[in-house]
Design a protein around this ligand. Structure first.
Ligand code: TYD
Ligand code: MG
Length: 458
């Protein structure tokens, strides 16, 4: 579909303006602007299915049982954490979106991973945010300044496409999607339609030329408008890089993955020389626990397929102004309110006139229901001022009648707790089976909140 674009060009210096001007702002000449019309070919926004079919070698419907599926090839990076988050390495020809707040470390992560890959593969790093000089300085700081990666500071998608055709890289990084501009569209760089168009262009590049493309996207403060959210359905894999500015820990989190499990996490620590992998995250979340303190309980939470020990802290203090306040961080507010109500009704704790603060330490977010029992124990410990043995940990979901409900993957959770050195783990009674007793940790099945409270606090 062709579209006519009108512009005005200065005869003396070639300056182009969208509207007629009396005086050229560039060379200062008067009455030099003349009208020009251009036919703009609008590119189709979607990957033509026929082209995908060509790639797979099929051009008509085929019986599923006649298709010989080859196992996906994977390229492993030197970062174990990234490999796991991607489901066992990078799938060639995939389009991966890395989202996150500005300044969280997305460019740093990509620079480190890509300079490692550039030892064996051709890598093109397109930056619309920083100059080649800035990137070089950062690369030197990260100790990867000597790598063979190709740097290309550019924002025009036509030029980028041309360079990709010329260079024929194995990997392309686009840093960031919000700075890229598809010139055949009128809309502003960074707008929703631009971001979508550029992404579909990159999808074509990835699928047709079997180039792996990493796209960096900033999550915008105004609620992710024109941010990675609107692209999630278009790309193969969506990773979010999270963490808060006050902690040096960063969590890479897969939200969607066409080639592996979603919700997988990888942990990194931001240091002066860049991101370092954290291989035993459980010990990090636990190493700052105070001995003999009340209001702390440990949970074995599952992030993707990975069990992780995390500490939940609660502080219960009498309400000063009549209206009891509840504050949470890293734990869902409504979930916490529900648990407090259950604790009040089924555990006979008077919490109506108590302010309750509940946090998951270390900046991690605990979203699964299996953390319920630990949250309840932390609150009860603070309320009763009785400590929980530092070698106890908890898993279990809590229902409204005070029952403790089954959770998934108990065995891997118990194994992790035993590995980190815990001595007792409380699990839902319905999860109990004989084989769970062989992991070198005492397993205590509990069926209700009141029973668990009795066992722990007497
Ligand atoms: P950056 O990768 O530029 O973030 P993004 O691309 O997500 O916007 O990371 C910038 C932050 O990381 C900046 O605040 C400085 C910090 N940083 C370090 O602490 N150590 C380092 O080695 C590097 C390169 C950055
Ligand atoms: Mg950046």
């Amino acid at each position: 579909m062709a579209r006519i674009k009108t512009q005005y060009k200065c005869r003396s210096c070639g300056y182009i303006s969208a509207s007629y001007l009396g005086r050229c702002p560039n060379c200062g000449a008067w009455n030099q602007f003349e009208k020009e019309t251009q036919e703009v070919q609008k590119r189709s926004a979607k990957v033509a299915p026929s082209q995908l079919i060509k790639k797979t070698g099929l051009n008509e419907p085929v019986n599923l049982d006649k298709i010989k599926a080859e196992k996906e090839e994977r390229i492993e990076t030197e970062s174990e954490e990234l490999n796991r988050v991607l489901g066992g390495g990078i799938v060639p020809g995939s389009l991966v979106l890395i989202g996150g707040d500005p300044g969280i470390g997305k460019s740093t992560l990509m620079l480190q991973i890509m300079s490692d890959l550039s030892k064996k593969y051709k890598v093109l790093y397109v930056s619309g945010e920083e100059s080649a000089n800035q990137i070089k300085l950062r690369a030197d700081r990260l100790g990867v300044g000597q790598s063979q990666m190709l740097l290309y500071p550019e924002t025009d998608m036509h030029d980028i496409r041309d360079q990709i055709d010329d260079v024929k890289p194995d990997f392309v990084v686009i840093d960031s999607i919000q700075t890229m501009n598809e010139p055949s569209l009128d809309s502003m760089t960074g707008s929703a339609s631009q971001v979508r168009e550029v992404t579909s262009e990159l999808m074509k590049i990835a699928k047709m030329d079997a180039i792996t493309v990493f796209v960096i996207g900033h999550v915008t403060k105004e609620g992710a408008i024109a941010g990675p959210k609107i692209l999630e359905h278009m790309v193969d894999t969506v990773l979010y890089f999270e963490g808060d500015e006050h902690h040096s820990y960063r969590i890479l989190h897969s939200v969607k993955n066409r080639f592996g499990a979603a919700n997988e996490i990888g942990m990194f620590e931001m240091e002066n020389e860049g991101l370092k992998e954290v291989t035993n995250p459980s010990s990090i979340f636990l190493d700052q626990r105070l001995p003999k303190s009340t209001g702390s309980a440990v949970v074995v939470s599952l992030e993707g397929t990975r069990p992780l020990l995390a500490e939940i802290q609660a502080l219960v203090t009498p309400t000063a102004f009549g209206y009891a306040k509840r504050t949470t961080s890293g734990i869902d507010y409504n979930r916490a309110a529900l648990l407090l109500a259950v604790l009040e009704k089924r555990g006979n704790l008077m919490l109506q006139n108590q302010d309750v603060y509940l946090t998951a330490t270390g900046g991690i977010r605990l979203n699964e229901p299996a953390i319920d029992v630990a949250a309840i124990m932390a609150v009860a410990s603070s309320y009763t001022d009785k400590e929980i043995s530092p070698t106890d940990c908890f898993i279990g979901e809590v229902g409204l009648t005070g029952e403790i409900r089954r959770v998934n993957k108990v065995d891997s959770r118990i194994k992790e707790a035993a590995k980190v050195g815990f001595e007792r783990i409380f699990i839902p009674k319905h999860n109990m089976s004989k084989k769970l007793t062989d992991f070198g940790i005492e397993v205590i099945p509990v069926s209700s909140v009141s029973q668990a409270l009795k066992l722990v606090f007497g």
